[in-house]
Write a protein that binds this ligand. Structure first.
Ligand SMILES: C[S@@+](CC[C@H](N)C(=O)[O-])C[C@H]1O[C@@H](n2cnc3c(N)ncnc32)[C@H](O)[C@@H]1O
Length: 206
């Protein structure tokens, strides 16, 4: 089961990364891989708004952060501050990026009702269900009215996820149940495109 401690492996991998290729592209470059481009086109691009604030959970080396830079502000959340140093090296100290080091389920310092859009990819697939529930609960207070939340999560009903011990024990029904129990309404979901995971978009029930 991928615990917070298990997830330290990303920091250990990144600090020894060969910087010729951006850290994260080893899992697929969304500019080159069709299935990832379709996630970007369907779940990110329609929501990017120059007056609004985005928050990315598990921003890592910025593989998806690069598409969020059109927001007024993008808050990068990660358990490892080393990832923030990498992002500053990669994108420069640009004013729209800010950083929030999480304890694994929280958003210290993020103001209440300030976030219009949340994205996470490659992160919740490795979070045990109690951590996912923790994030779903803690998100409620930082979301602005009408905010959209987009989460890619592991689907253990798909063979590629079932065979990967680093993938969390989630499925479509388990994730949908957690989302609804935490007080959200599901707007749309893509269960077809990715071979090991699904992408769900939801909002707070007003
Ligand atoms: C597999 S990497 C994916 C990074 C990036 N999202 C991507 O797709 O390239 C997972 C990232 O999530 C971070 N992470 C792991 N557990 C986390 C948690 N509970 N809260 C926030 N970030 C977490 C790791 O430090 C790492 O940067």
């Amino acid at each position: 089961m991928p615990t917070i401690q298990w997830n330290n492996l990303w920091r250990d991998q990144m600090v020894t990364w060969n910087k010729e290729e951006a850290y994260g592209n080893q899992w697929g470059d969304p500019d080159k891989l069709d299935i990832l481009a379709s996630v970007r086109e369907r779940f990110i691009e329609p929501f990017v708004t120059a007056s609004k604030t985005a928050l990315e959970i598990g921003s890592g080396g910025g593989r998806w952060t690069q598409y969020l830079l059109g927001f007024h502000r993008t808050i990068c959340v990660d358990i490892h501050r080393e990832m923030f140093h990498y992002l500053i090296e990669r994108f420069g100290a640009i004013p729209q990026l800010s950083f929030c080091q999480s304890d694994g389920t929280g958003f210290p310092g993020v103001p209440a009702r300030s976030v219009d859009y949340v994205f996470t990819f490659g992160t919740f697939v490795h979070l045990d269900p109690p951590l996912i529930e923790g994030y779903l609960n803690n998100l409620r207070s930082v979301l602005a009215p009408g905010a959209n939340v987009v989460i890619q999560y592991a689907d253990k009903d798909k063979p590629m996820a079932a065979e990967n011990s680093g993938f969390a024990m989630t499925t479509g029904p388990i994730m949908r149940g957690m989302v609804e129990a935490a007080g959200y309404t599901i707007i749309e979901e893509d269960t077809e495109t990715l071979p090991h995971s699904n992408v769900i978009r939801f909002q707070l029930i007003p």
